[in-house]
Write a protein that binds this ligand. Structure first.
Ligand SMILES: Cc1ncc(COP(=O)(O)O)c(C=O)c1O
Length: 383
């Protein structure tokens, strides 16, 4: 069997045509395809505003800039995520506080969040691990009660729904990633969605050096000034922003890929169902779908009995040309986090899951043969 990656892009002829057409057009960046991609994103996320950016990490960074964190302000997140979900808090001078996961769903445990909230807590960054979506109905109520902001890390969950609603229908900001292993891709790419107009306006500035050409935002005496009517050269830098723009040809790819989201989601769903059925009765744990979640799954992880078994199964599957991976090493166990004072033991369920987990292949390009092969190999390896 040829190598089966744990995740990979699915690029078809029409995707290539869309990119080539844009390369031949007048705009390589900051042109009409960016606006078109943002408009399409609004539809599939249920939000009023969307800002396309260079990658999901940039999306997290500028969404966190919108919180105006002060030193020592705390932001709660999960350790079972990619480091970027917590790093954004450090970029902005705050302190990430790690809250343990629910053992079955592997999502941040809301009951533990309640206990972790202090006078210094400013925000929560829930992460839709593997595409299973967090309970935003409950989290929104909790955030309202304590006056907290939410940055919902939806990097894994494009297309997933909470009790029938898209993530973008909720308060706060949502961030998205279009890295090639995600359900749709723009190569590198990301976005922030929100229903808050002021946040949207500042995200547009943060994406491009803190600069605006919107007269209504100008400083005195230029705000809405008639004098500037013909001064097309004039702009103002209002914040210390970045160049986090996404190119037009990447957005053209994004528009083309978004047309396939339903098909990609359906195929992922079929594979997850096949895995779930095949693994019933085996001595492994699979991620459970909570009752509020209608997911488009990004990852499929299995958990075996202990670390040595995990290492054995990992090696066996690797030897069989299966691209296994591990999502994730708890963020605070990273040497950088240890260097800045975090200790092991903060989230015992996450650490236990880390010792036992393996990510097996899940992507829309998998053939039936490949799915069957992975199933056979997992059953053999686990037994
Ligand atoms: C949960 C999560 N958040 C954020 C990111 C960052 O996205 P990107 O790789 O596009 O910067 C990732 C990336 O894999 C991720 O898995």
């Amino acid at each position: 069997m040829n190598y089966i990656p744990y995740g990979t892009q699915c690029i078809e002829e029409d995707d290539i045509t869309a990119v080539v057409e844009t390369l031949k057009s007048g705009y390589l960046t900051t042109g009409p395809k960016v606006l078109e991609f943002e408009d399409e994103l609004k539809k599939v996320t249920g939000s009023k505003y969307a800002v396309a950016v260079a990658n999901g990490t940039a999306a997290l960074h500028i969404a966190t800039m919108n919180l105006n964190l002060k030193p020592d302000d705390e932001v709660i997140t999960t350790p079972i995520t990619f480091a970027a979900s917590a790093n954004c808090v450090l970029y902005c001078g705050g302190k990430p506080v790690f809250v343990d996961i629910d053992e079955d769903t592997m999502l941040i445990d809301i009951d533990i969040i309640k206990k972790a909230i202090t006078k210094k807590t400013r925000a929560i960054i829930p992460v839709d691990y593997g595409g299973e979506i967090c309970n935003m109905d409950e989290l929104s109520k909790l955030a309202d009660f304590h006056g907290l902001e939410i940055i919902h890390d939806c990097a894994h969950s494009l297309g997933s729904k909470i009790n029938g609603k898209y993530a973008g229908e909720y308060q706060g900001q949502q961030i998205w990633s279009f890295h090639p292993v995600k359900t749709i891709t723009t190569g590198e790419g990301g976005a922030i969605t929100t229903n808050d107009e002021e946040m949207y306006k500042s995200l547009l500035r943060f994406r491009t050096h803190g600069i605006t050409r919107d007269k209504t935002q100008y400083s005195y005496p230029y705000k809405n000034s008639e004098e500037l009517e013909y001064s097309t050269w004039y702009y103002e830098m209002l914040d210390l922003g970045y160049n986090y723009r996404l190119t037009d040809f990447q957005c053209a790819l994004g528009v083309s890929q978004l047309k396939k989201l339903d098909r990609f989601a359906k195929r992922r769903h079929e594979i997850v169902e096949q895995y779930n059925t095949a693994f019933e009765g085996l001595p492994i744990k699979v991620q459970k779908s909570p009752q509020w979640s209608d997911p488009v799954r990004h990852l499929y992880t299995i958990r075996v009995n202990d670390k040595s078994k995990r290492d054995g199964v990992f090696k066996t599957l690797t030897d069989k040309n299966i691209g296994v991976n591990l999502h994730y090493i708890p963020v605070y166990l990273m040497p950088y986090y240890k260097k800045i004072g975090y200790k092991s033991g903060i989230c015992p369920i996450a650490e236990d899951a880390y010792d036992k987990m393996i990510t097996i292949p899940l992507h829309q390009s998998m053939t039936d043969n490949e799915v069957e092969y992975v199933i056979e190999c997992v059953i053999e390896a686990v037994k």
